[in-house]
Design a protein around this ligand. Structure first.
Ligand SMILES: [Zn+2]
Length: 77
């Protein structure tokens, strides 16, 4: 897999603040996607899509509180 990491200077973090941070994007070209965002305050947003089309999203605030933990279409059959 090939991943790319890009920084940003101002984006709205899950806690509501405008923060700098970095985004990591990975795509294996066959349906597996990864999009992780790390904010400088410590907030994190993690989004993964798997080969079967299911999607996992997690948003974790800088104090460790999980704001969203979602798994969609676990088995798309
Ligand atoms: Zn934050």
């Amino acid at each position: 897999m090939v991943g790319t990491s890009t920084g940003f200077s101002k984006e709205r973090a899950p806690c509501g603040k405008q923060m700098s941070g970095s985004r990591y994007h990975e795509d294996d070209g066959s349906g597996m996607l990864c999009d992780d965002v790390n904010y400088s305050c410590g907030c994190r947003s993690i989004s993964h899509q798997f080969h079967d089309g299911s999607c996992r999203t997690r948003i974790i605030r800088h104090d460790g509180r999980v704001l969203l933990n979602q798994l969609s279409a676990e088995h798309a059959e």
